[in-house]
Ligand binder design. Structure first.
Ligand code: AMP
Ligand code: FES
Ligand code: ZN
Ligand code: ZN
Length: 312
């Protein structure tokens, strides 16, 4: 298969976009698309200071790379969580985040949760769960808290994370299975700043995980391949696998699921039930049943119209 933009052999074929590109054009396409999403969702302007949360994984390192290439002022934040699990996970991810920063002359804030608060994430989890359950909930809480804190203390306007389409679709899928309307309505590529917290943005939310892996590899970014060792067997991995099955049967399914959600939310068509229930209903003067149409209800109007129509 050939690249759509030149005669070279394509390096990636994105079936859902019906688009194949060579390495050179793919490395241009991803930042161009990111710039388009930043504009479309009003994420930030070139004058704003951005803090990128970098985990040492492919998504957040690629995000940092892309934002800097696009000319944005973006510093990094690495959070040391103290997760070892036999593979030195935190140590290795920090090394790679630091390596990327050094090689590209970028500023990286490093915050070690254990140094800051006296306990690593697994230890905090042990304490709060008394040894039961995964540390993921404690970890998520601590990460959110520390990202907010550093963004505020250093005066960043925006906090950017590397969540990709697979992440976002899995969260949406999980919340939809439970019809958690509050969480569903809150999910967005941009959360406006509120109560002294920086605005939160996810510029990669429309890229498939596979596209970000391809970008990191083609760009030569060295990243940690391992997922967090505690993610194994988690709900979010289960939802991702389910969505991958849908995607295999219908390419584009994941993207359609997520984009249709954003569209429905934007047009106000999501969870309008409450409004319908509360909208001004009145009783139909003929039958007394509640109706939202002016005067008579639709049924009575139909019967009236039929009565007015002469027999044929
Ligand atoms: P995760 O919650 O692991 O799926 O990661 C989602 C996003 O959170 C990543 O793309 C990063 O932007 C950010 N993140 C995760 N872990 C860290 C970390 N240890 N330090 C800084 N940012 C992180
Ligand atoms: Fe926090 Fe896995 S428990 S990254
Ligand atoms: Zn090409
Ligand atoms: Zn707090």
């Amino acid at each position: 298969m050939k690249c759509r933009q030149c005669d070279q052999k394509a390096s990636i074929h994105m079936r859902q976009h019906k688009l194949a590109l060579c390495k050179e054009h793919y490395l241009e396409w991803i930042p161009e698309q990111t710039a388009r999403f930043i504009k479309k969702y009003g994420m930030f302007t070139p004058n704003e200071k951005i803090l990128v949360a970098v985990s040492g994984g492919k998504d957040s390192l690629s995000l940092w790379d892309i934002l800097v290439r696009l000319g944005y002022q973006a510093d990094g934040l690495y959070l040391g969580l103290g997760i070892d699990a036999g593979i030195n996970y935190s140590h290795e991810s920090q090394r790679l985040a630091q390596k990327f920063a050094d090689e590209n002359n970028l500023k990286l804030h490093v915050v070690d949760v254990e140094k800051e608060y006296g306990h690593s994430i697994p230890a905090l989890s042990e304490i709060s769960h008394r040894g039961h359950g995964r540390p993921c909930a404690v970890c998520g809480l601590a990460k959110r808290h520390e990202m907010n804190r550093i963004a505020r203390d250093f005066g960043y306007d925006v906090l950017a994370t590397g969540h990709n389409l697979d992440d976002e679709a899995a969260v949406l899928f999980g919340n939809t299975l439970k019809w958690s309307s509050e969480y569903i309505l809150r999910q967005s590529p941009v959360l406006p700043s509120a109560d002294g917290l920086a605005r939160k943005v996810k510029p990669l939310c429309r890229f498939y995980e596979r596209e970000m892996t391809a970008y990191a590899i083609m760009r030569g970014i060295e990243y940690i391949y391992d997922e967090c060792p505690f993610a194994d067997g988690s709900q979010s991995i289960f939802y991702k696998e389910a969505l991958n099955q849908l995607e295999t049967a219908r390419s584009g399914a994941k993207l359609i699921f997520y984009l249709s959600f954003l569209e429905a939310k934007k047009s106000g068509h999501l969870f309008v039930e409450k409004n319908v229930g509360q909208s001004q209903l009145h009783s139909c003067p003929t039958c007394g049943q509640p109706t939202s149409t002016p005067d008579f209800c639709s049924f009575c109007r139909m019967i009236q119209k039929a009565a007015e129509t002469p027999d044929q």
